[in-house]
Design a protein around this ligand. Sequence first.
Ligand SMILES: [Zn+2]
Length: 231
Amino acid sequence: MPTGVSFHGDRQDTEAAGWRHLLALIEEAAEDGRTVFKPFAELSGSERRQIVTLPPTIAKLTAVEHLVLYGTNLVRLPPEIAGMTSLEVFEPYTSYRLHWYPYELTRCARLADSTVSTRALYGNFKFRPPFPALRPVADVRETDLGALDPGVWGADTIRNCSVCDRPIDHELRQVWISHRIGTDVLPLLVNACSAACVAALPEPHGGYVPTPHTGGPDIVQPGSRRPGQQL
Ligand SMILES: [Zn+2]
């Protein structure tokens, strides 16, 4: 039996020096309108290790065309990355704890080139590691979307639907979909507000689980495609 996996449960320490430094670098980049942003190159090693996500203020980086996130300790990216509307080149290469991406990345319409460490990705075609199990439907009256356990939900806060961008106000439906972003097929986490928004998702990329799914060890993935291996 394949074993289950779960999200990294790390919470961002927003008092850490590295986090404050990152916030300042984002403000600086937003002000000078630079097109290449490599924030982790400007942080010390200990500051880099303190950062497990990016702040929502990355949405201000509307001029950035090239985002470099080499060798970070990141475990998740926030949906606000959708605000980086000029993004063309995305390089989270060797960020080995980044196993999935937010569906909102599909809104970066100019994104054409990416460099991702394939073996780190849930469901990647080389090793087909399992996806964390998701709860198919959560009642918002019983679940505080502002105080979630990131080890269970992949975020500590979920506000808007990944598909229609409206506030999630009665139910949350989480699904995985493998979709091409730039030059890679990435496992994307969808936080949908309704069954209609799940139904509106595009067809998953060929060679991956053919429908949006809720992960867990029982999901059957297509065979891996290592050279010389029978499917
Ligand atoms: Zn929706």
